[in-house]
Design a binder for this molecule. Sequence first.
Ligand code: C2E
Ligand code: SIN
Ligand code: SIN
Ligand code: FE
Ligand code: FE
Length: 385
Amino acid sequence: MTEFDSKQAIESQRILDLLFSYMPKIAAERKMDNLLVLMADLGRSIVSADRCSLWLVDDERGELWTKVAHGVSELRIPKTAGFVGCSVTTGEALLIKDAYLDSRFDSRTDQKTHYHTKSVMTVPLKDSTGQVMGVFQAINKQGGTVDEFSEQDLERLRLTAVYSAKTVESAMLTAELEATQREIIHTLGEASEYRSQETGDHILRVAEISRKLAEYLGLPPDEVERIRLTAPLHDLGKIAVPDAVLNKPGRLTDEEYAVMKTHVDLGYRMLCNSKRKLLRYAADVARSHHERWDGQGYPLGLKGESIPLAARICAVADVLDALSCYRCYKAPWPEEKVKTEFAKMKGSQFQPEIVDALLEHWDDIYSCYRSQNATIDVDAIDYRR
Ligand code: C2E
Ligand code: SIN
Ligand code: SIN
Ligand code: FE
Ligand code: FE
């Protein structure tokens, strides 16, 4: 073995070790920001660069953006700026010995970050259709006798880019799906809000209060997020309730109340056939948010833990909001009366642990009503049945 060969063997081993140490971290990461930082770190180690960034194309804004490790915010540059922009436009890699001798160089980032760029490599990231979706950029070769990147470094960055492209593509798909789900939920929630003259913030408050309760109950973050996202849909079925009933300014007759109660099944039927897991989960919340812990609720009379947890939580948030705010049929109650009511309903209408969480963190949870109810009329007539 020549000295050159053995150096090569050591270098290959080093790269393999790097890949094996980064791969599990990258595979487990779901957030795009963190993925970009991880892959940039991997690229930087593989080619021994001082800096390395993974830039992604933002077509809507005509920009490239990246996230730097430990940086608070993302960096953005015009889509055509500098070597990175050049690689986006041509789809070709670049290997630059001295940036300042090249007319394509854009020194503005150097000026902003008080840095001196010398050697540069850029490699485009292509998705499965061949579209350029970003650029891998390595700056300033480190650690050797030369301060330039070699053809071999470029080849290594290319391989890292191919691997990164696949990871980014599937992360973008996941992000896109989740964003779509969120948007659907938001739109549906707004639609039901629009129909029933409840105040614009009602749905957001129920979602936010449900999230807080779920958090205080110590549920895992995924479950908390699911509850936050699906709570806004609990009254979706009200969309299909006739206006005369839905917005009646006063007490409902028994017949009208029977019609009103159908909103739980209506909401369930609107959501339960969705292909989206999150919306099927919302269907259960819509169906069960008027069940009671003691089994006296509707539509099924489910009791205790046979009521889905998210629905048990949403029920508390929903009633807290109904009592604390104006409804077409009632004035807001004073704070103390609401609090006493919950203490009374603990164990009958609501699961004791959830009421405990509410009462224990009352100030934090109730704070959203403080300003708006500053001037409630304590003797306001309550039209409720
Ligand atoms: P909502 O206004 O969102 O109220 C949600 C839940 O809060 C009610 O479910 C009930 O459990 C609780 N709640 C509201 N006001 C009071 C109250 O004064 N005292 C107590 N203890 N709990 C209260 P519920 O009863 O199943 O009603 C479902 C929906 O039916 C209500 O949603 C509202 O849209 C409508 N609704 C109920 N009663 C009346 C009424 O008398 N008049 C009108 N116009 N609508 C009503
Ligand atoms: C989320 O947790 O953000 C949404 C979950 C899902 O997509 O099903
Ligand atoms: C009703 O009779 O209006 C529903 C029961 C309740 O007040 O929770
Ligand atoms: Fe409801
Ligand atoms: Fe409600």
